[in-house]
Design a binder for this molecule. Structure first.
Ligand SMILES: O=C(CO)[C@H](O)[C@H](O)COP(=O)(O)O
Length: 232
């Protein structure tokens, strides 16, 4: 998708921001537009505070002059705006392509409202096209990986479980963990599979965001499509 479409989706989300709001600031190339546009409004006098979902977003928000806070200081947020790697029509999301899924999920769960901004290529009929990221502690990696692979195959994964790398080295998250990517194909039972994954010792979190997102602004060549999920 072109960058200008991503920016349009981000602009729709920025329009939701009101003075005094406590914001969750997402991670990725689409969320980056949101932070940039928010920065423009802050420089025009808008007073908000934000909790960044990654060190990359923290650096960008600081450069933009956005006042930052933490969940320790501000445990309840009004609105989180973030990207997604894929989502279905019930606004169940897969996130973590950028490796920030743990902080992203904690921030989203601390928000009254989560809005996703994405392009139409991210919309899927059934989740699983994008490999599912699973954040794991480094200790016991081989055992955890075997347990994750067992769950993945029980729930119909068509591909393998891969340790994510950055260049030659394993990718390390902002919280100091590794990421396993599960090539599913189709995730037939997202809720049950999510429960099975978090039951594995060593698994910190997975990239399925279920019941967290209420609204998606979807950039299409014909304009912005709004999807809503009133159950979240
Ligand atoms: O989950 C994420 C990072 O962990 C991102 O939100 C996701 O990867 C989407 O990124 P982009 O907007 O660049 O497509």
């Amino acid at each position: 998708m072109s960058d200008s479409l991503k920016r349009e989706a981000a602009a729709r989300a920025v329009a939701l921001v009101e003075p005094g709001m406590r914001l969750g600031l997402g991670t990725g190339s689409t969320a980056r537009h949101f932070v940039a546009l928010l920065g423009e409004r802050v420089r025009q006098g808008l007073d908000v505070v934000g909790v960044p979902t990654s060190e990359a977003t923290r650096r960008q928000a600081e450069d933009e002059g956005i006042r930052l806070t933490t969940l320790e200081e501000t445990p309840q947020l009004d609105l989180t705006v973030d990207g997604a790697d894929e989502f279905d029509d019930r606004l169940r999301l897969v996130k973590g392509g950028g490796g920030a899924l743990l902080r992203e999920k904690i921030v989203a769960a601390s928000s009254t409202r989560m809005v996703v901004i994405a392009d139409s290529s991210k919309r899927v009929e059934r989740l699983g096209r994008f490999p599912l990221p699973v954040e794991v502690v480094r200790f016991g990696l081989a055992s955890t990986r075997t347990a994750v692979a067992d769950v993945a195959s029980r729930f119909g994964a068509q591909g393998s479980v891969t340790l994510r790398h950055a260049e030659e080295e394993p990718f390390v998250t902002d919280e100091g963990h590794f990421i396993l990517d599960i090539a599913f194909g189709v995730i037939a039972e997202p809720e049950a599979m999510a429960a099975a994954l978090v039951a594995i010792p060593g698994v910190v979190e997975h990239g399925l965001f279920i019941g967290l997102c209420q609204t998606a602004f979807l950039a299409t060549p014909d304009g912005i499509l709004t999807l809503t999920n009133n159950d979240a």
